[in-house]
Design a protein around this ligand. Structure first.
Ligand code: HEC
Length: 158
């Protein structure tokens, strides 16, 4: 299903104009197959890390603090009880330089809707709408730079 939807999904996300995530499907994908994420609307998701982030992110809980320029992208799609599918939002975390936003651990959270509209971005348009991202990530990812990682059974071995 992911393979069927990916073309449509990436074309829509691109309309959001967030250049740091362009070509994210070519980054390091850390999950073996799409998995259901209760914390992201129970959609099926995939996690990708860009070049600056991949080496550390692939160590999961042992990653340590991420360098500025790290980008983590999580795309999503929904499967309804009748089997029909639809693209979901793209969830993005970008590690900015120190001082950008200490309240969010200097991560910029962005949510791009399946139609390409930016729902919100930390310290930018719709910032209030993405406050809940940091709130949850800061609490669940305490001591691991706000990262929360994926269930063990879906992790790729690096
Ligand atoms: C209620 C808690 C919660 C909320 C709210 C939440 N997340 Fe997450 N997020 C998680 C958890 C748990 C994971 C890892 C497991 C998974 O994928 O379900 C995760 C994983 C991620 C990842 C992969 C990087 C990582 O942490 O390992 C990104 C990117 C991400 N979330 C972005 C967002 C964005 C953007 C928002 C807001 C629009 C958001 N999240 C809202 C809990 C949350």
């Amino acid at each position: 299903m992911y393979k069927c939807l990916i073309g449509e999904m990436t074309a829509s996300y691109a309309k959001g104009g967030l250049k740091t995530v362009s070509g994210y499907t070519g980054w390091t994908r850390v999950n073996t197959s799409a998995y259901q994420s209760a914390t992201h609307g129970s959609r099926y998701v995939n996690n990708y890390a860009n070049k600056a982030a991949a080496r550390r992110y692939a160590k999961f809980e042992k990653a340590g603090p991420m360098p500025a320029g790290s980008v983590l992208a999580k795309d999503s799609f929904a499967v309804r009880p009748d089997g029909s599918t639809s693209a979901g939002p793209l969830f993005v975390m970008e590690k900015m330089t120190a001082g950008f936003s200490p309240k969010t651990g200097n991560w910029r959270y962005t949510m791009i809707m399946p139609n390409g509209a930016v729902f919100g971005t930390t310290k930018g348009k719709g910032a209030a709408s993405v406050k809940f991202c940091a709130e949850c990530h800061m609490s669940m990812g305490e001591g691991q730079d706000s990262m929360t990682f994926l269930p063990e059974e879906f992790r790729k071995k690096f």
